[in-house]
Design a protein. Structure first.
Length: 157
């Protein structure tokens, strides 16, 4: 019996390790997404209070008039994560939060970066793709992870 239990625990641990660790299942509430912001360098931030969020919101919308209202966040239960790809030479790039959750001593957030396919028509203007989302509150530090997704070539459609 003990041998069977040890075998089951070992198999469960191996399956978890092979799958890349525990599943990241935190609920993600999208607050904002766009292709133009006042943040021109690649940046990934974790925000735990309203003052920091207002300051970030002002940076995001530094070039916009009027500035849209800051989204409501329940700071007693939520925190905000934001991913900025920095300035890109043309359009067609997107970023989203694909998964998030506590993992060991960190709060891992997987940012999915979608790049335009070969031959796709995109705007020939500078863009700064970004995403801002609310997640369940945690005191753990952010561990951002980028996951690139290349779209299918458009010249074959």
């Amino acid at each position: 019996m003990l041998k069977s239990l040890c075998l089951c625990v070992t198999l469960a641990a191996l399956l978890t390790a092979c799958a890349g660790g525990p599943a990241l299942t935190a609920p993600v509430q999208l607050l904002d997404v766009g292709s133009h912001s006042g943040i021109t360098e690649p940046t990934y931030v974790l925000i735990r209070n309203g003052a920091q969020f207002v300051a970030l919101w002002r940076r995001v919308y530094a070039e916009h008039t009027p500035v849209p209202p800051v989204p409501e966040v329940d700071w007693s239960r939520q925190m905000v994560v934001a991913g900025f790809l920095g300035t890109r030479s043309h359009g067609g790039y997107e970023v989203s939060v694909a998964a998030a959750g506590e993992e060991g001593s960190r709060y891992r957030v997987v940012f999915q970066v979608s790049t335009p396919g070969v031959g796709c028509h995109t705007t020939e203007a500078l863009t700064q793709p970004y995403v801002i989302a609310a997640l369940p509150a945690s005191l753990k530090p952010l561990q951002p992870e980028l996951q690139e997704v290349h779209r299918a070539p458009c010249d074959r459609l």
